[in-house]
Design a protein around this ligand. Sequence first.
Ligand SMILES: *[C@@H]1O[C@H](CO)[C@@H](O)[C@H](O)[C@H]1NC(C)=O
Ligand SMILES: *[C@@H]1O[C@H](CO)[C@@H](O)[C@H](O)[C@H]1NC(C)=O
Ligand SMILES: *[C@@H]1O[C@H](CO)[C@@H](O)[C@H](O)[C@H]1NC(C)=O
Ligand SMILES: *[C@@H]1O[C@H](CO)[C@@H](O)[C@H](O)[C@H]1NC(C)=O
Ligand SMILES: *[C@@H]1O[C@H](CO)[C@@H](O)[C@H](O)[C@H]1NC(C)=O
Length: 478
Amino acid sequence: MVPSMFIFYVMVITMFLLVLSSFFLLHLSNHSFIPRSMLELIIVYNTSLHFKPNFKGEQITPSPFPSEDSKIQPQSCQLYYNSSQKPSCPIQQRKLACDTTRGVLRLFMYDLPPEFHFGLLGWKGSVNQTWPNVNDPKHVPPYPGGLNLQHSVEYWLTLDLLSSNIAKFSRPCSALRVQNSSEADVIFVPFFSSLSYNRHSQSHGKEKVSLNKMLQKRLVQFLMGREEWKRSRGRDHVIVAHHPNSMRYARRKLGSAMLVLADFGRYPSNLANIRKDIIAPYRHLVSTIPRSESASFEERSTLLYFQGAIYRKSGGVIRQQLYYLLKDEKDVHFAFGSIRSNGINQASKGMALSKFCLNVAGDTPSSNRLFDAIVSHCVPVIISDKIELPFEDVLNYSEFALFVHASDAVRKDYLLNLLCSIKQEEWTKMWERLKDVTQHFEYQYPSQPGDAVNMIWEEVAHKISSLQFNLHRKYQRS
Ligand SMILES: *[C@@H]1O[C@H](CO)[C@@H](O)[C@H](O)[C@H]1NC(C)=O
Ligand SMILES: *[C@@H]1O[C@H](CO)[C@@H](O)[C@H](O)[C@H]1NC(C)=O
Ligand SMILES: *[C@@H]1O[C@H](CO)[C@@H](O)[C@H](O)[C@H]1NC(C)=O
Ligand SMILES: *[C@@H]1O[C@H](CO)[C@@H](O)[C@H](O)[C@H]1NC(C)=O
Ligand SMILES: *[C@@H]1O[C@H](CO)[C@@H](O)[C@H](O)[C@H]1NC(C)=O
């Protein structure tokens, strides 16, 4: 009797201690029964941002591949639109008049000396004049034509910012230039880096270093000395480096900024990636086919069109293989020669009368050819296994382009069988879509709703909202 009573008391006391200790353990560990990682998710979902959490790590990043139904992401736009109103995206908003108190991406642009931008175009202002007068679109300093033009993104973006405070332009309000950097969401660096590379990479006469290299060195010095750069270590800066070889000397030092690029081909992924950077279209070289003049299925006599250099460095081997597969096929135009020697007009006519236009990886994954095809309403056939396309989060390229794996494309008859299997009705659907999307690939001044300039600003707004979110989290934790 006595021993069993003793055991009973011992058990009661043990139970009590156990309950007490586990209570203290839970209570002390986190002040909560919910694990910390779970709490973070709750906080994330409670914000107005719409991000897919990354369950693998602590860092929460937006998904680079939004699903179809999140294509227009209303929540992420609330950073820029008064949230007490119906949430709306810049893309839907752009037809409304510009209300400078809300709804726009605010950019501050450094007043870099003209030698970094319009000076490279030969523009000379009066003493101490930094920017040309852009009031009259007919008299803005022109960008050089020919092949230079394909990387002219820097020029169109800068012009758009210069014009953003000119009231008479009814330009879309996706971006607004502000004069005080502390009011800005983003800092824009107006360096014409592609032109600097194209025009000034050789050193002349007694110069030891090229002008291109010198400007980059000075740009790095300038930025490192700026409060704006130090504030965020450059992460809210937008730098345009569209030519794959531009900013070669400065890119390591300035890689934390948001880069506007043609592709990621020549960048290590820690320096440039889809999470922070923006892929912008090339300025097409052929002229846009007006909607009403676009040749229909029957009127396009060539099945497949390709014109370009056949022998290219790395990544271009497939061009040669395709050439030998296709050169003798009926209805296929596959020709040597760059667009330069054959004339842009010829390519323009050829594409406008072809049903499909081939885009094969060259020495970089991207090329202006894709955009030439789009504005010619010639259905692009994209053969490049690692191409990043502009505005992929808002445009579904499969609606107006075909994607073929390089390994399939070089199989005998594969490509032609594929193209022949696409009947008039299906082709026409893609053609209609091409006519609709062409506007998104136009650079122009003054900019128009939905054109490439505005699409880029919208991408910037999108990226910066995730950046601000990340910065905010950093502050909370420290
Ligand atoms: C979470 O959302 C609720 C309801 O929308 C709100 O009352 C609360 O303040 C939010 N909490 C945080 C941490 O944002
Ligand atoms: C949002 O808009 C409402 C009415 O349109 C206004 O009362 C409110 O002050 C605005 N809030 C902000 C933060 O601009
Ligand atoms: C140009 O700027 C310098 C330095 O700020 C100043 O001394 C000079 O007077 C200015 N010249 C003119 C014509 O405004
Ligand atoms: C910019 O704005 C901040 C805060 O509103 C202000 O302190 C600063 O003086 C302004 N700078 C200039 C150059 O106006
Ligand atoms: C993109 O368009 C293609 C062709 O219309 C369609 O099959 C596909 O489902 C679309 N993809 C998404 C993510 O909407």
